[in-house]
Design a protein around this ligand. Structure first.
Ligand SMILES: [Zn+2]
Length: 245
């Protein structure tokens, strides 16, 4: 495994690049007086190397450290390098299961699935396939989230005013002070217990607008998979952003 370092600039907010297996990745440095050692992380999307640098350690040294960990970076960033587009022939995730995208000539409806052989069919012009699949996934996400949110709202004795899906980069769901719930449509790709937990989490915010102990006990008393779902999102959530580009 070969890695190259270049464009080293000095200063607190210096940025740089590292080349891992022929792919250039941006590197960001963060100086932290309390850090005891150089800490290497990847950004949430997995496309940036983040280096926490202790006082007295140079960026060049931190970059050298990152280069020595190129195997780890390559392993964890690998899936970011090959985005999976919504094109026939590719496999995508739906409710935690892999489905093969297949183009169909018959025009029954724009998109339909065969659960038995795990195929997702899209009809119409090939150049419209990706948009049709995205629209269909958003609709499915909206339906599943709406069902889960209504059920939790009833259980928790709260009401929401609106529910919508978006392509949120940084969070899986949000709840406004006016009682409007918003979710990432990409949750439809996760296993159902994950989508279910995010719905429970946002609905619980209608009662507690914080992450206090009261909030968590409300979530966990209604959603027994909360911890399991949080772990799943931490480990796999980033991968869901890899689809449909
Ligand atoms: Zn929250």
């Amino acid at each position: 495994m070969r890695s190259l370092l270049n464009k080293i600039r000095s200063g607190r907010n210096a940025s740089s690049q590292i080349i891992i297996d022929g792919v250039t990745m941006p590197v960001r440095f963060r100086h932290n007086g309390r850090a005891r050692r150089i800490i290497l992380r990847l950004s949430k999307r997995g496309d940036e190397v983040l280096l926490t640098v202790p006082t007295g350690t140079s960026n060049a040294k931190a970059l050298e450290f990152a280069a020595s960990q190129s195997h780890w970076i390559s392993k964890h960033a690998a899936r970011r390098e090959k985005p999976v587009s919504f094109e026939p022939g590719n496999k995508i995730l739906l409710r935690g299961e892999e489905y093969m995208l297949v183009h169909a000539d018959t025009r029954r409806t724009p998109v339909w699935i065969s659960e038995d052989d795990r195929q997702l069919f899209v009809s119409g012009k090939p150049e419209h396939a990706a948009r049709r699949i995205t629209d269909w996934l958003k609709k499915q996400a909206c339906a599943d989230l709406s069902k889960a949110a209504h059920s939790y709202a009833e259980q928790m004795g709260v009401k929401f005013t609106r529910l919508g899906v978006r392509d949120q980069q940084s969070r899986w769901g949000s709840c406004s002070a006016r009682g409007s719930l918003s979710f990432s449509w990409r949750l439809i790709m996760a296993p159902p217990f994950v989508l279910d937990y995010v719905a429970a989490h946002e609905v619980a915010h209608l009662r507690h607008m914080d992450h206090s102990e009261r909030f968590w006990s409300l979530v966990k008393s209604h959603c027994s998979n909360a911890d399991k779902a949080k772990k799943w999102l931490k480990a796999n959530g980033r991968d869901l952003h890899n689809y449909g580009h």
